[in-house]
Design a protein around this ligand. Structure first.
Ligand SMILES: [Zn+2]
Length: 266
């Protein structure tokens, strides 16, 4: 992953080697129009930021990749396990903003699908053979609920994708260094069937440092995605105030960066 410029924004570009059917990456907090504490490229519609600033920022992102703001699809994320599938063109995609769901799969070109995050893990998927992409929002609940595995399953069942052909990118999120969790999180992981010791380190009585990247990496491998096909950013959003929003670090008063992916026209 490396910083690239598109239109007015810089973003962390993800390169899937040899694959030219999609454009994808992770935004930083820079070059938007929002004021502190949302400065400045706040792309989340569910913050207390001025909505016209968020609209302006979303428009900047869309135009940077040559599409109208209507073609930037994000959802009402609720830390659940529902997946939206878009398999035909829509006149207007703005109604999806009120749809409660935490992952999107599509085979439609020139549509930016995105997930907004401020600590949670943004994950992008692309099957270049079937020309199918997905964006996943996985906080601890989505991780415990194996949402990324379910999304790979959805790509298989809806579009006939082969996990061995899927490329994946795990974006910047809160790192193990900064993410202390307690017993309810452990219980949810264990209930979900995730091996707790493989992604959490004890840090005190009833406390652990949780590595959500490791957990989601395991889930991708278990779903059949190849190791070499998985890109991992590794950046901790909480450690890097200069680049990213972090809900935990900023005590909830912060913006949202976005993991986004778009199929280009064949
Ligand atoms: Zn950190």
């Amino acid at each position: 992953m490396q910083m690239k410029r598109a239109g007015r924004i810089h973003y962390i570009a993800v390169d899937f080697p040899g694959i030219e059917c999609s454009t994808q990456g992770f935004t930083t907090r820079h070059e938007g129009v929002s004021r502190p504490p949302y400065n400045s490229l706040n792309l989340g519609t569910n913050t207390l930021d001025q909505q016209f600033n968020v609209e302006g920022n979303r428009s900047l992102l869309a135009s940077a990749f040559g599409v109208n703001q209507d073609a930037l699809v994000t959802l009402r994320q609720v830390h659940g396990n529902d997946i939206l599938v878009i398999d035909e063109p829509n006149e207007d995609y703005s109604h999806f903003l009120s749809l409660e769901s935490d992952a999107i799969i599509t085979n439609q070109p020139n549509l930016i699908i995105g997930v907004c995050v401020a600590d949670c893990v943004p994950i992008l998927l692309c099957d270049p053979e079937k020309r199918v992409i997905a964006a996943v929002h996985a906080g601890w609940q989505g991780t415990a609920g194996k949402l990324v595995s379910k999304t790979v399953e959805g790509m298989k069942s809806e579009f006939g994708c082969n996990p061995k052909k899927i490329m994946a990118a795990i974006g910047p999120c809160i790192g193990k260094c900064c993410y202390e969790v307690d017993t309810p999180v452990k219980q949810a992981f264990v209930k979900g069937g995730i091996v707790w010791d493989s992604c959490a380190e004890p840090s005190g009585e009833g406390k652990w440092q949780l590595d959500m990247v490791a957990a989601n990496l395991d889930l991708l491998l278990l779903a059949g995605v190849e190791t070499d096909a998985i890109n991992v950013s590794g950046a901790c959003v909480c450690c890097h105030r200069e680049l990213f929003f972090s809900y935990r670090r900023d005590k909830g008063e912060t913006g949202r960066q976005m993991g986004f992916i778009m199929l280009t026209t064949p």
